[in-house]
Ligand binder design. Structure first.
Ligand code: PLP
Length: 396
């Protein structure tokens, strides 16, 4: 078959190969990026579904508007207001997961050869998706406080990118959170250099002890003009359920109109039924209780993982403990002749029936081969203790 040329820019991810090994009986996996299904509020979602189908089934089983189901657009507008961002319901569109929002931004903004700056490391699917549109992707270094803004500024000045893609809060895979001071600088930078910044925020609600700094979107009101250079994507996947496939995109009107046009040709609209379920769920006043359970559960798992890593791997590994989200990002140090290559260590770990993801695929270029990502979201505390002990044995 003669496939489209654009596919030559993208390879299937190395992670997929690893996932084939995860079916081994008895394996403890820290490799996935899924939320814990035991924490889904199935009862609340069932209630919302029943109401939606009993009250007025016609519109939700019918075709709908590309921009989204209006009661949900209004509910998202209120939800964002609760997080300090004022967004009118017509200032956002509903998308089929935030993944579709990222794809629509790629479709509307990226021409072959356009330069895009991302964090190094960043969300693998974004690298793949933007490459499909021919993007030349440049990584900006990060530390525990998120992207290094001095280096980002130098990269923007040098490359004049079409777009800067950031996951400022509890990043995937980095777990890092951009500090308040850096957030303000990013907005000023966007304005000064007239560069579009995409803030991807699926994890912001999953904080442990205290809420993260306000989003770039919320802070943009304090930097007049910066909102014109900001796109924000959000999602119900990590706070309610990823199977519903409901996310959203907030963008300047011109960009929102083009993205809506592209969405029309892509899936016409996001499922009206799942949009209505989300809207109805938000009226049940259950979300705060659901999130409270998710936050305390993930916080405990993260604390247990941090302690177990220190105990079992000692100076063979370094990491920053995240303040929320679902991931630890770590580096092997090679201390005392222990492994330093995370892909080789991953094979030894699989032999001991424990899995994680080596970090290399999360870099657009110049991968740090010593890095790895561990998710603490789906394994319970006992499994985390046992899995990290097995990692210690795999170290040798
Ligand atoms: C950083 C980031 N952005 C976007 C997504 C896409 O999520 P969804 O399409 O389920 O909203 C994910 C999913 O894991 C993610 O980690």
């Amino acid at each position: 078959m003669q496939f489209a040329q654009r596919l030559q820019n993208v390879e299937t991810s190395a992670i997929r190969e690893l996932f084939k090994l995860l079916g081994k009986p008895g394996i403890i996996s820290f490799a996935g990026g899924f939320p814990d299904p035991a924490l889904f509020d199935a009862e609340g979602i069932a209630k919302a579904s029943q109401t939606v189908l009993a009250d007025n089934p016609g519109p939700v089983l019918q075709y709908g508007a590309t921009e989204g189901y209006q009661p949900l657009r209004e509910a998202i507008s209120r939800f964002m207001a609760g997080k300090g961002s004022s967004v009118a319901s017509d200032g956002l569109i509903v998308t089929t997961g935030s993944q579709q929002a990222l794809d629509l931004i790629g479709k509307t903004m990226i021409s072959p050869g356009d330069k895009i700056i991302v964090e190094a490391p960043t969300f693998l699917a974004t690298i793949q998706c933007f490459r499909l549109y021919g993007a030349h992707i440049i990584g900006a270094p990060i530390d525990a406080d998120g992207v290094d803004v001095d280096k980002l500024e130098a990269l923007i000045d040098a490359h004049k990118p079409k777009l800067v893609y950031l996951i400022p809060t509890f990043g995937n895979p980095s777990g890092a959170t951009l500090s308040l001071e850096r957030r303000k600088r990013v907005l000023e930078l966007a304005l000064r250099t007239q560069t579009l910044v995409l803030e991807d925020d699926p994890y912001g609600e999953l904080y442990f002890d205290q809420p993260p700094p306000p989003s770039l979107l919320a802070l943009s009101e304090g930097v007049p003009g910066s909102r014109d250079w900001l796109v924000h994507t959000g999602s119900f996947s990590k706070i309610l359920s990823p199977g519903l496939r409901v996310g959203w995109m907030i963008a300047p009107p011109e960009l929102l109109a083009k993205a809506t046009m592209c969405k029309q040709f892509s899936d016409a609209h996001t499922s009206n039924l799942t949009q209505a379920i989300c809207a109805q769920y938000l009226t049940l006043n259950r979300l705060n209780d659901t999130l409270a359970v998710v936050r305390t559960t993930y916080a405990e798992r993260a604390r247990v993982m941090a302690r177990a890593l220190q105990r079992e791997l000692g100076d063979a590994i370094v990491f920053n403990a995240p303040q929320g989200g679902m991931f630890f990002w770590a580096s092997l140090t090679g201390a005392n002749g222990k492994p330093v290559n995370a892909a080789e260590f991953a094979k030894r770990a699989i032999d001991k029936l424990v899995a994680f993801v080596p970090g290399a695929p999360f870099y657009a270029h110049d991968a740090d081969l010593s890095t790895l990502r561990l998710s603490f979201a789906t394994a319970d505390v006992a499994k985390i203790e046992e899995g990290i002990a097995r990692l210690g044995q795999a170290l040798g």
